[in-house]
Design a protein around this ligand. Structure first.
Ligand SMILES: [Ca+2]
Ligand SMILES: [Ca+2]
Length: 186
């Protein structure tokens, strides 16, 4: 195998490795209403966001704060780049959120921490919420709610490099290994 082919081959391996990093489920706690309009207990809600481009089954995921937790049921799932709301309308969701110094974590079914929030406080009984802006980013902002919808802002989303480059690298590596493509011989 000439040096070019070796380079392409290892590029493909690297691409597959990078792609595998994006294939793991990546669900984030995207928006949190700790203190809803009128401050009614039970009206708090949590918005999850799927940063990946494939459906994720949320069965067995656990949303928690330091003293309470809720496990998501078998029929819970989230569409690619979609949103999932945890509200009192769901019979299984009964997580009352603290207005002050609330800290939430999301665990995968095997107990791995998938995401967590900052230490959040919301003293105003209005429609302002804590939210990642843009969706899935590390930038938390306290602003008007976007329940079940994008938090707005620009940028964010999944890294596009692995998804676009990997199929190309794999194709060239395959052709190269098959001896059908050898554009440069050093
Ligand atoms: Ca509020
Ligand atoms: Ca939102």
């Amino acid at each position: 195998m000439n040096p070019v082919n070796i380079f392409i081959f290892f590029s493909a391996i690297l691409g597959i490795f990078l792609m595998s990093g994006t294939v793991s489920a990546n669900i984030v706690i995207n928006e949190v209403e700790l203190n809803p309009v009128n401050g009614t207990p039970g009206d708090e809600w949590i918005e999850l966001y799927n940063t990946d481009v494939f459906f994720v089954n949320l069965s067995g995921y656990v949303i928690s704060d330091p003293t309470k937790n809720n496990t998501l049921p078998d029929d819970a799932g989230i569409e690619p780049n979609g949103f999932f709301l945890l509200t009192k309308d769901l019979s299984y969701f009964s997580l009352l959120l603290n207005n002050v110094n609330e800290f939430l974590t999301l665990e995968t079914p095997d107990g791995q921490i998938d995401d967590s929030t900052l230490l959040l406080s919301d003293s105003a009984k209005n429609s302002s919420t804590w939210q990642r802006r843009p969706d899935g980013s590390d930038d938390w902002q306290f602003r008007d709610e976007t329940k079940g919808e994008s938090n707005g802002g620009s940028g964010g989303g999944i890294p596009e490099f692995p998804m676009f480059i990997v199929p190309v690298l794999v194709m060239f590596a395959g052709l190269s290994l098959a001896g059908k493509f050898a554009p440069l011989r050093l």
